[in-house]
Design a protein around this ligand. Structure first.
Ligand code: NAD
Length: 249
């Protein structure tokens, strides 16, 4: 049985994950940490490390930094879903935590990660590709981190295959922004914000006479549970810092 400390336990993700860990046969929550809820511990520092195998953090970036340091100091695995770290900071973690056991991923939805893998496979074979991401209307940033990561994976796969940047047929944008954002190499990203939606993405490829669309739908927060459980089960086998879920699939 893997014993888990959930940091951010009273939050939207933390509440869902505590239920998922207690439902799973091989995991159990032994410590809930969240200062906003008097039934939780206020800090990991108050908890006995002997009662914990893996720390799971879905809180804030500042708190997650402390969770990773605590887990490394006590030789415990740590799974970080909290977002807000720059790529440079994660590069630094790779050095600082080379001997720890850390998984950090900005998207734990298995389907979203698989869609990126399939997109990388398709990318060299099509002339054109565009990404449309759809989110609820409370999301304040655009485009989504997942769309940017998908675009990066596509660019890298095209470059590795010796493909040039995607060509741009539009010479006159009558209304600025009509062609979406160029994420690099002219892989265009379009963001839709709509009430009733959660998190969805189309990756549209096109070549002479054919198209291929990869679609992922996250209908609610439970879409992240399977990926987090996978990371919890595997984190202690993996020395150092594992970035993203893809290496675990
Ligand atoms: P939320 O605001 O509902 O929950 C965050 C919780 O952290 C709150 O309950 C808050 O009280 C708690 N918290 C604040 N300070 C704390 C501390 N010192 N110690 C412990 N807990 C503390 O937010 P959310 O929607 O659950 O999202 C949390 C994080 O997870 C965000 O960074 C979000 O972007 C990220 N997220 C990641 C994924 C993914 O797949 N990686 C999916 C969804 C959300």
């Amino acid at each position: 049985m893997t014993r888990i400390a959930v940091v951010g336990a009273a939050g939207r993700m933390g509440t869902m994950l505590c239920a998922a860990f207690n439902d799973a046969e091989d995991t159990t929550v032994t410590a809930k940490i969240d200062p906003s809820d008097p039934t939780c511990w206020a800090s990991l520092e108050e908890v006995a490390a002997d009662d914990i195998d893996v720390v799971v953090d879905f809180s804030t970036a500042e708190v997650a930094r402390a969770s990773v340091a605590w887990a490394a100091a006590h030789d415990r695995g740590v799974v970080v879903g909290t977002t807000g770290f720059t790529s440079d900071e994660l590069d630094q973690w790779e050095t600082t935590y080379a001997n720890a056991h850390v998984v950090v991923a900005a998207n734990f939805a298995l389907g979203a990660v698989l869609a990126q893998r399939f997109a990388a496979e398709a990318a060299p074979y099509f002339d054109r590709v565009e990404i449309i991401e759809y989110h609820h209307d409370r999301k304040v940033d655009a485009p989504s981190g997942t769309a940017l990561e998908t675009a990066r994976v596509i660019r890298e796969a095209r470059r590795a295959a010796g493909r040039a940047a995607v060509s741009e047929p539009t010479t006159a944008e009558t209304v600025k922004g009509s062609r979406g954002a160029d994420s690099g190499d002219n892989v265009r990203v379009h963001a839709v914000r709509m009430p009733g939606m959660t998190a969805h993405q189309d990756i549209i490829f096109g070549g002479p006479g054919e198209g291929l669309t990869l679609r992922h739908d996250a209908y609610d927060r439970t879409s992240f549970a399977a990926g987090v459980l996978l990371a919890v089960r595997r984190v202690r086998e993996r020395p150092g810092v594992t970035r993203g879920l893809a290496p675990l699939l």
